[in-house]
Ligand binder design. Structure first.
Ligand code: FO1
Length: 324
């Protein structure tokens, strides 16, 4: 079977890595959120894209999940001495990625071409695509500070402001990156990785849903209105476990938006897009309610502490989605 995985940063990268441990490169395309991208120190930074690439390349920092392993911060220490901005921790090895990417973007290369080249250099065999070559920027609307650029909210203000909503600037003119619609067209299933639904997956879905979708007829047929809803099988893995997230502000966001954070809330969030849903054993009691909204469920251990956990969860997801 052929799969497309949708992923944000750290949590999504882990499941994408598990899928990549099992599936042949020609059977998996990973589409990554670029709503978190921003310009910083004159450089274009693509945090989720880099996190997924570094993770599959075995180069990611195992403690943070983002940035590079065995990293040093000499450049940042010197930027600090000069009075520059250091709230976004860019390591020396990581800086090389941003410098070279920014140079190539200024030369006119596309983000997807550059990502493909970088993946080859890092010996990543699977296809990793940014959701778009066009700039889409997630804006977080907050009670205290009004609208904030994503990294301003997430890193600089440590997700402290209370969220009121989100918008994706640039969405109207953004097209899916080359290769995405083709990958969806031949995919038997889409895996929505255990990433933040609001700010990691929704931007990808927004880019895909607004596009014409030359997808093959679904099997079995599903009611749909285009985008990935036209696909046969769509499975999501809940990033919310026991009402909390392993990492990141998804649970806090649900609560601030007046929704009780739970696996069920995640299933409702994706709604009719989903045919299958994976939730953790601690949330087993919610499986019946998810089934009642017409989505098949798998209850399993969804925490990924080790590379073996990633592979085991990916195998569980693949077995589940392949069961008729
Ligand atoms: N996250 C942080 O919480 N603090 C940082 O200083 C930080 C730096 C950073 C540098 C490069 C990179 O690729 C990611 C980085 N992240 C950092 C993570 C990132 O901002 C977020 O995890 C994602 O945008 C959310 O998915």
């Amino acid at each position: 079977m052929n799969f497309v995985a949708l992923a944000g940063g750290v949590g999504g990268a882990k499941l994408a890595d598990g899928l990549a441990q099992i599936l042949h490169p020609e059977d998996l395309t990973i589409v990554v959120n670029t709503g978190d991208d921003f310009e910083h120190l004159g450089l274009t930074i693509c945090p989720d894209l880099d996190t997924v690439c570094y993770t599959l390349a075995g180069l990611a920092n195992p403690e943070t999940g983002w940035g590079r392993a065995d990293e040093t911060f000499h450049a940042l220490e010197n930027i600090e001495k000069l009075g520059g901005e250091t709230w976004f921790r860019l390591g020396d090895k990581d800086l090389a990625t941003h410098i070279e990417r920014t140079r190539r973007l200024r030369e006119g290369q596309t983000l997807s071409q550059i990502t493909c080249d970088f993946c080859r250099a890092w010996s990543v065999k699977h296809t990793i695509l940014p959701m778009s070559d066009d700039a889409v920027r997630t804006i977080v609307d907050t009670e205290e500070c009004g609208e904030l650029a994503f990294q301003e909210y997430f890193v600089h203000r440590r997700c402290e402001p209370r969220v009121k909503g989100f918008r994706f600037a640039g969405l109207e003119s953004a097209k899916p990156a080359p290769g995405i619609l083709e990958a969806l067209g031949k995919a038997d299933a889409v895996v929505i990785c255990s990433s933040n639904p609001w700010v990691s997956i929704d931007p990808i879905l927004a880019v895909l849903d607004l596009s014409p979708t030359p997808l093959r007829p679904p099997s079995p047929p599903l009611p749909g209105k285009g985008g990935i809803e036209g696909l046969g099988r769509v499975v999501a893995v809940s990033p919310i476990i026991g009402g909390r997230t392993v990492k990141g502000p998804a649970a806090k966001m649900y609560a601030e938006l007046g929704i009780q954070p739970s696996a069920l809330a995640v299933a409702r969030h994706y709604g009719s897009r989903l045919t299958h849903f994976v939730l953790d054993r601690v949330d087993q009691i919610q499986a019946t309610e998810v089934e009642n909204i017409g989505i098949k469920t798998l209850v399993t251990n969804t925490i990924m502490r080790t590379p073996e956990d990633r592979r085991r969860l990916a195998q569980d997801v693949l077995n589940f989605i392949q069961t008729l």
